[in-house]
Design a protein around this ligand. Structure first.
Ligand code: NA7
Length: 318
């Protein structure tokens, strides 16, 4: 088993701004926005929300990550429940469905407040439709409003303010989040009032991504076995009708062995697992996605969880 170096942990540059912000003419909402989860995505989003003049209250499990945001003007709270108390609209952006549920149903979680009248909860963590329905139901039972707002895009796209927001649930919350979504995304879609739809669309897009990456990795690994230059393959690929900006970028990363996490491999595998669970419930056959999931799972076992999804190339080369 090869020794794998963990990718460098990047800290967020509080002074960086997405280039697109200046052109967007953002008038910040005067509501107070809570934010739970200051990972790479959450930090990037909150930094831009503060910059565009939004009033933000934050919480993160590892409390040290909150400090730069205090200096930038955000208020920090000790628990998710405290954030809900202090804010009108609360965003959540954590790693997975379990984390998302813990923050709502757990100790010191959102529902401990019991009465969520005049509060809205917006789930941005990538989750499956059933988790979203459970969270939405919990919030609504306490008289709160719920919106799922799945964020589609890489960490670089987040830094560039070029995410795509896929939203579903309470339309009034969607409208009240307008200035926030305009800050962080190039496109925003409201996919209806049925909770779960936006999660489905997001996971369907992730399926296309995962399967494409494994195909790309296997093809480049075969080229490598023939000692054909990967850069030549990529240059030719660029001239074909198959090219896409993402596959070109990922191909270049594979050729360089540069797996700086834009979309961590563990997140990609989580998404494929969620897709397969959805398919299982429908008896929908997804053999290629199943194998793709196995490939990502194996690459995780090789130590590449925290690297970019393009690290799937390493496994294909064995
Ligand atoms: P990161 O950078 O891996 O950050 C993950 C965040 O989730 C980070 O703030 C974690 O807190 C938090 N987390 C994870 N599990 C939990 C639990 N159980 N309870 C509370 N907080 C938790 O991921 P990204 O920011 O890139 O992505 C976040 C989401 O956006 C993800 O769903 C993507 O698909 C879209 P920590 O700092 O480790 O204490």
């Amino acid at each position: 088993r090869p020794v794998v170096t963990r990718p460098e942990t990047k800290t967020i540059d509080m002074n960086s701004r997405s280039n697109t912000l200046a052109d967007r003419d953002i008038v910040p909402s005067d509501q107070t926005f809570g934010f739970l989860g200051l990972g790479m995505m959450g930090s990037t989003i909150v930094k831009d929300l503060i910059y565009t003049g939004h009033k933000v209250v934050v919480w993160n499990r590892t409390i040290d990550k909150c400090q730069p945001f205090v200096e930038a003007g955000a208020e920090v709270k000790d628990t998710p429940m405290d954030v809900v108390e202090a804010a009108d609209i609360i965003f959540c952006c954590v790693s997975d469905p379990k984390g998302a549920k813990d923050l709502v149903f757990g100790n010191c979680g959102v529902l401990q407040l019991k009465d969520l009248r005049n509060k809205a909860y917006v789930e941005m963590s990538t989750i499956d439709p059933d988790t979203s329905l459970d969270i939405g139901e919990g919030i609504k039972q306490c008289n709160g409003r719920y919106l799922e707002a799945q964020i589609h895009g890489s960490r670089q796209e987040a830094a560039d303010g070029m995410l795509i927001i896929l939203a579903g649930g309470d339309r009034s919350v969607f409208e009240e989040c307008h200035s926030c979504f305009k800050t962080i995304a190039k496109n925003t879609f409201f996919l209806g009032t049925d909770v779960g739809n936006a999660c489905k669309v997001n996971l369907i897009l992730q399926t296309i991504l995962g399967v494409s990456l494994v195909g790309l990795a296997e093809a480049l690994a075969l080229a490598d076995r023939f000692s054909i230059s990967l850069n030549d393959i990529i240059d030719i690929f660029d001239l074909t009708s198959m090219k896409s900006p993402l596959l070109l970028a990922k191909g270049k990363e594979m050729a360089k062995g540069d797996f700086n996490p834009q979309q961590p491999l563990s997140h990609m595998q989580r998404d494929l697992r969620l897709v397969l669970n959805m398919a299982e419930n429908l008896d929908q056959s997804m053999p290629v996605t199943s194998i793709t999931n196995e490939v990502f799972k194996h690459t995780k076992r090789l130590g590449y969880s925290e690297h970019d999804s393009s690290a799937v190339f390493v496994r294909s080369r064995f």
